[in-house]
Design a protein around this ligand. Structure first.
Ligand SMILES: CC(C)(COP(=O)(O)OP(=O)(O)OC[C@H]1O[C@@H](n2cnc3c(N)ncnc32)[C@H](O)[C@@H]1OP(=O)(O)O)[C@@H](O)C(=O)NCCC(=O)NCCS
Length: 239
């Protein structure tokens, strides 16, 4: 269940000294929520433990995380998540009204390592649709977002997706730069797509991923990423 059927060959079993890229597990969910809140502060609703747990069991969904082994201990993360800001207290009041509070939400399993980036996508027939990709603020511009996107593309191709699509805020130039680097092109605009501020979404899509041009571009970018961010790829251990 938690292992993808291939597609992460270049990364699934690959452990670096400090980082590992792997399928997301239940024990990562609290940190994935933390990353989501940090990356998309104005977005509502944020995923909950049970919604993400359900996603991990959804046959159409795939979630990938990058975790660091020499980072803040999971205990510190949980303490942070556990410390209640006013906003979190308000969220709890809201949360009290939802299904989980009435029917019991189980206690999340303890985290094992520190998650610094998350990506997820849905696969529908021959199209993969990226639902989320985010890196913790403190770890931006270190090749993590790109590593996640490379893995999303690898897994999606392995699952026979022909193209990958996504929506991105019109104002989100950083993310657009990442997608453009990997050959995503503008395919349309969804007006007032985001409910928090009514912002439009840009719909972006890859070319057919089996095309020679996509493949040669992708393989070249992968190589460049491996050379530039060598520390991510240093194998110290194989599971
Ligand atoms: C978008 C995001 C995932 C990029 O993650 P990251 O780990 O910082 O990205 P990387 O270091 O791997 O950068 C990869 C490429 O992304 C683009 N990029 C990332 N940050 C950028 C910035 N601040 N300005 C311009 N381009 C940027 C560049 O093309 C970069 O390639 P380069 O280094 O050759 O210029 C990250 O900024 C993030 O989490 N943002 C908030 C969440 C979000 O907006 N997600 C996208 C939703 S559609």
């Amino acid at each position: 269940m938690l292992e993808f059927e291939g597609g992460l060959q270049s990364s699934k079993f690959r452990k670096s000294m400090d980082y590992i890229i792997r399928p997301m597990q239940d024990r990562d969910i609290l940190q994935a929520i933390e990353i989501d809140r940090e990356a998309f502060p104005t977005q509502w609703p944020h995923p909950t433990y049970s919604s993400l747990k359900q996603e991990l069991r959804n046959r159409l969904a795939r979630y990938i995380v990058v975790s660091g082994r020499n980072e803040t201990t999971p205990a510190a993360v949980e303490q942070r998540i556990g410390s209640k800001s006013l906003w979190q207290r308000l969220s709890q009041v809201r949360h009290f009204l939802d299904h989980d509070r009435f029917f019991g939400e189980e206690k999340p399993p303890p985290a094992k390592d520190y998650v610094i980036g998350v990506a997820g996508f849905w696969i529908m027939v021959d199209e993969a649709h990226i639902t989320t990709i985010a890196t913790r603020n403190a770890h931006r511009r270190q090749g993590i977002g790109e590593w996640l996107l490379i893995s999303v593309i690898d897994v999606a191709m392995h699952l026979s997706a022909r193209i990958i699509t996504l929506e991105v805020r019109l104002s989100n130039k950083q993310a657009q730069a990442l997608y453009q680097k990997y050959g995503f092109q503008k395919a349309g605009v969804r007006r007032s797509y985001y409910s928090d501020n009514g912002e439009d979404a840009l719909l972006m899509t890859t070319d057919t991923m089996t095309s020679a041009s996509f493949q040669s571009h992708f393989q070249q970018l992968k190589q460049e990423h491996q050379q530039r961010w060598r520390a991510l790829y240093e194998v110290s251990e194989v599971t």
